[in-house]
Ligand binder design. Sequence first.
Ligand code: SAH
Ligand code: SF4
Length: 374
Amino acid sequence: MSDHPTLPHQKPSIYNLTEKDLTVWLTEQGEKPFRATQIWKWLYAKRVNSFSEMSDLGLSTRDLLDNHFSLSSMEEDTLQRSKDGTIKCLFKLADGNLIETVLMEHSYGLSICVTTQIGCNIGCTFCASGLLTKKRDLTAGEIVEQVCYMQKKLDLEPAKKRISHIVIMGIGEPFDNYDNVLRFIRIVNHPKGLAIGARHITVSTSGLEGKIKAFAHEGLQVNLALSLHAANNALRTRIMKLNKAIPIEKLMEAVDYYLDQTNRRITFEYILLKDVNDLESCAFDLANLILARNRLHLIHVNLIPYNPVHEFDHYKRSEPKAIHRFISTLRAQGINAVVRGEHGTDIDAACGQLRSKQLKARAAIRPVTVGIHP
Ligand code: SAH
Ligand code: SF4
């Protein structure tokens, strides 16, 4: 609870608490610990909007909760629906900051892409999020609420669809907000929480090597994606500032460590930028880097067609011919590679297109663009 950026007049979000936190808090308040299970059922299974709806709790317990916690620390500002079923929601947080969340339909279910920070300090040259320096981390509760809010929205529709997958790939670097992101994962994954299977959750990092190693010890079956984008230092440093501090050798040491410790698959994400990193020699660099890991079955490549960011004219999307050559080169080396599909391009919700014109206009800050991955 301590990391909640509450304004003086605000109560902390109840979604920030794990079941254990809530049990401890209730006990401290002289309440029965099992009330935590009841409360979680109301929050995550019945998905109520007020404490007064928690009808199997006594009035005094409901008042106690109401006096200490908030059930919503953000409000919907704008909602857009794409022709392909993608929904993008702009939320206004309690402190006035704006964030975006995207819901995407797939053949295998519904996935949600959540934001983890306001802005990003990593500064990748192809991503407009990197133009915004980080204002602050989101709390776990604010990340959980993005999922709960969208699920409540779906509950009101006749089809009553359920969000089955989560990608932590919205604005921000999740491993730069490690503790809150881990808390978020444990809450949504908990069988009494939203019960979203760990294998249905993917976290994407630009490559904070220390955190990749730490993540190997969390005992989670969550998928890890690494935004690699170039397989030699000169090129990677050119497109991702972070590579200066954490060069590829150091990053690969963390990847090897992660693979050794978990024996779990890792996905290398690779944005294809025309004539920058889509040359055949780049595909060979990538293939060699992967082959050197000696665990071909555990490393998959997701090629991402670059989505032009209006403010940048230094990059262009690779030609289909170049994409084909790149993937064929990888596959010829026995590497598992796919080109990622796109969602919500008509509402600027696709990979790298997520931007809020409202953000730009109202907050007078530079626009935000993030990668949205199915
Ligand atoms: N910060 C994390 C997660 C958010 S970015 C990370 O970098 O991994 C999610 C993905 O979107 C990253 O792989 C990122 O490289 C990609 N992305 C950013 N801008 C993009 C653009 N304009 N076109 C396509 N993908 C983009
Ligand atoms: Fe930050 Fe990821 Fe964008 Fe890089 S790609 S600036 S790490 S959000």
